[in-house]
Ligand binder design. Structure first.
Ligand code: HEC
Ligand code: HEC
Ligand code: HEC
Ligand code: HEC
Ligand code: HEC
Ligand code: HEC
Ligand code: HEC
Ligand code: HEC
Ligand code: HEC
Length: 435
């Protein structure tokens, strides 16, 4: 009876219980699992934007999208009103909608967020917010401020709606994409014709050691355009600061150059430091051929056979040439020892030391001091001579073993022949006996 009444009561109050249930369980669920923010901008735009490069399609993998931002975070307007429906209501100036910024307004447009650390740190506490500030100091930023609409702004390098994190290999500013990104403009003579600067940077860069390492071998340690020009402060380094640019990675050469007397002379004459001998975009491997004062020499650009620099340059060339030739002899001997199957481990180990002495010698060239180079190559030469002796000893040992082998083979042959004759003799005896 009691339970029958209870059932009745439950049925009677079902509506109230149902609503209570909704409140208790579903309401918090809305907060725990918020619905995706509504975006009528994309709903409507994707109906007529079909090209690969149109905003809604490119935006799919854009960092601003994947970090949860909407079209309206940049363009303003109301993305939630009237799903998919009315253009005027969505792109409503009263809701902050503004037509897209023009070329000269873009840096400020992006800087609204990117220079605001309070805002940016919510997404990434380590993010830099100095891009705009640096950009203003660049040749691009300076000319843009004067109304130039051809220099790079943020979207020339980052794209507009397909922006990726710099660490994403698909980003237009990922290390191995940068040379192409910069050269869209810089290698287009038509585009650059009103400016009085060269347009061969990419062509030269591709032929350089750096281009070869980055673009062909995929070595991300090799510099792209931005490593020498800065990401946002793009300007050619002044002639007196080229050493800083190169010194970031080649600190040994840099330290030697700074201490050398050349630093003072180069500043006096306005020579562009490292680039005077290595060029700046067409950087090649140099060897002892570049010393001395001959045709291939870089010292010969400024020195003659008669002046002090020239005389020393020729001596340096001879010293490194001799050392390098001795090293090559050691290498050939070492390979021969290996081919003959003689023990070669110690020789190879010492060859590595000779090679590193030769590297040191090529490096110490940057002190432009005969004393320094003599000291390094003297040690290296001693080492190379000892390697040469070790290799020659092994080859001698091989000869001795070969002679030893030949002699023992000779005796084995003799013994064999004697045995053969003996057996034949016994056989003959046996045949005669059998008759
Ligand atoms: C019902 C469709 C519709 C909706 C919703 C809509 N748009 Fe548009 N939008 C258009 C059309 C059509 C154009 C191109 C023609 C034009 O310029 O009026 C356009 C153009 C634009 C442009 C370029 C304008 C220019 O001057 O070049 C921007 C930026 C833009 N929309 C942003 C947005 C944003 C942000 C939202 C959401 C807040 C949004 N749109 C919502 C239809 C829509
Ligand atoms: C990070 C900021 C940012 C976001 C987010 C963004 N835009 Fe843009 N949008 C721009 C800028 C800057 C321009 C001007 C580009 C130029 O002049 O090169 C632009 C231009 C446009 C244009 C006109 C030029 C063109 O490329 O056709 C349309 C249309 C447009 N945006 C639509 C959208 C839509 C739709 C979304 C969302 C899917 C969106 N934008 C998201 C920054 C943004
Ligand atoms: C001349 C090309 C160029 C221009 C113009 C440019 N950037 Fe960059 N940006 C780069 C390069 C290159 C990188 C970094 C790549 C790296 O370090 O691997 C970068 C990196 C960034 C990063 C990642 C964080 C950081 O600083 O390393 C942000 C954010 C950024 N840029 C925003 C902007 C904004 C905003 C503007 C306009 C004020 C702008 N960029 C203009 C080339 C450019
Ligand atoms: C509404 C604010 C806002 C605007 C406007 C904006 N961004 Fe961003 N952007 C962000 C935020 C936030 C991130 C960081 C996302 C993250 O790290 O998760 C970001 C990330 C980036 C990155 C990737 C940084 C990295 O770590 O490599 C680049 C590049 C970038 N934005 C360029 C631009 C450019 C160019 C513009 C102008 C066309 C622009 N942004 C406009 C908020 C904005
Ligand atoms: C949208 C086209 C464009 C892009 C992309 C671009 N630049 Fe430029 N850049 C220019 C123009 C135009 C100038 C002005 C030339 C002048 O200084 O007379 C310039 C100037 C420079 C200068 C100063 C040259 C001088 O001697 O005055 C340097 C350095 C430079 N850019 C480096 C870069 C690097 C590095 C990148 C890529 C990370 C890059 N640029 C991307 C158009 C571009
Ligand atoms: C290894 C460092 C390095 C790299 C990599 C590099 N540059 Fe340069 N760049 C320099 C130096 C140094 C100068 C200035 C030389 C001088 O003042 O004599 C310069 C000058 C320039 C100039 C001024 C005009 C000229 O050619 O003298 C432009 C533009 C330029 N570089 C663009 C680029 C672009 C684009 C790339 C990538 C394809 C690039 N640079 C790669 C070091 C570098
Ligand atoms: C971002 C780092 C970086 C910067 C900046 C840089 N280089 Fe390099 N450089 C490399 C790497 C990596 C290699 C290739 C590997 C190697 O030989 O060590 C290389 C190779 C070289 C070589 C050939 C070395 C050899 O073995 O014969 C020369 C010469 C050279 N760089 C000169 C310069 C000059 C001059 C500058 C400045 C205008 C410069 N580099 C700026 C990283 C850099
Ligand atoms: C006066 C001419 C001259 C100047 C200035 C100069 N170099 Fe060199 N550099 C050479 C010569 C010559 C060689 C080759 C030496 C050899 O192989 O015997 C060389 C070799 C190199 C090498 C390869 C050997 C090694 O040390 O790893 C690098 C890297 C290098 N230079 C970087 C630089 C940097 C960075 C600067 C500026 C700080 C610079 N050079 C300034 C002439 C110069
Ligand atoms: C860009 C021009 C330039 C190049 C290239 C150059 N030098 Fe010099 N060098 C000078 C100048 C200027 C002086 C100052 C004395 C003079 O006028 O002869 C000098 C002086 C010297 C001196 C004398 C040092 C002193 O204290 O009086 C030596 C040694 C020297 N150079 C070696 C070399 C060697 C080796 C090379 C090649 C690797 C080389 N130089 C390449 C410009 C250059």
């Amino acid at each position: 009876m009691y339970s029958h009444n209870l059932m009745k009561n439950i049925i009677r109050h079902f509506n109230i219980i149902y609503i209570l249930f909704l409140f208790i369980f579903l309401f918090p669920a809305i907060y725990l699992f918020p619905q995706e923010r509504h975006n009528n901008c994309i709903e409507c735009h994707s109906k007529f934007e079909e090209e690969e490069t149109s905003p809604t399609i490119e935006f799919k993998n854009d960092i601003h999208n994947t970090s949860g931002m909407l079209c309206s975070d940049c363009h303003g307007g109301d993305p939630e009103i009237n799903a998919g429906g009315n253009q005027e209501l969505a792109m409503n100036p009263k809701k902050g909608y503004k037509p897209p910024p023009g070329h000269n307004e873009i840096p400020e447009f992006c800087a609204r967020c990117h220079s605001d650390f309070e805002y940016m740190k919510k997404f990434n506490p380590n993010i830099r917010v100095d891009q705009y500030e640096n950009y203003l100091t660049s040749q691009h930023g300076k000319l843009l401020a004067k109304g130039d609409d051809k220099v790079a702004n943020c979207v020339s390098c980052h794209k507009t709606h397909g922006i990726r994190k710099k660490t994403n290999p698909a980003s237009a500013v990922f290390a191995n994409k940068i040379p192409e990104t910069c050269s869209k403009c810089h290698s287009d003579p038509e585009y650059m014709k009103e400016y009085k600067i060269l347009t061969n940077q990419l062509e030269m860069y591709k032929k350089s050691v750096h281009g070869e390492f980055l673009l062909e071998k995929g070595d991300l340690n090799a510099p792209a355009c931005n490593d020498c020009h800065g990401n946002h402060g793009a300007a050619p380094p002044g002639v007196e600061s080229v050493h800083n640019v190169c010194g970031v990675c080649h600190s040994g050469n840099n330290q030697l150059f700074l201490k050398s007397s050349h630093k003072k002379y180069f500043d006096e004459f306005g020579f562009p430091e490292c680039a005077s001998c290595h060029e700046h975009h067409l950087i090649k491997k140099l060897t002892e051929e570049s010393l001395g004062v001959g045709d291939q020499s870089v010292c010969g650009i400024c020195h003659t056979q008669e002046d002090e620099g020239g005389i020393i340059a020729v001596e340096m060339k001879n010293i490194i040439e001799n050392f390098s030739a001795l090293r090559d002899t050691c290498q050939i001997l070492s390979e021969e020892v290996e081919r003959k199957g003689m023990p070669v481990n110690e020789i190879k180990y010492q060859m590595n030391n000779v090679d590193s002495e030769l590297l040191k010698a090529r490096n110490i060239v940057h002190s432009f001091s005969l004393e320094n180079i003599k000291q390094i190559t003297e040690e290296g030469t001693k080492l190379a001579i000892s390697v040469k002796k070790m290799a020659n000893d092994e080859l001698k040992e091989y000869q001795i073993r070969r002679i030893g082998l030949a002699v023992s083979l000779f005796f084995i042959f003799l013994a064999g022949t004697a045995l053969y004759l003996k057996i034949k003799k016994i056989d003959k005896k046996n045949i005669i006996n059998s008759f």
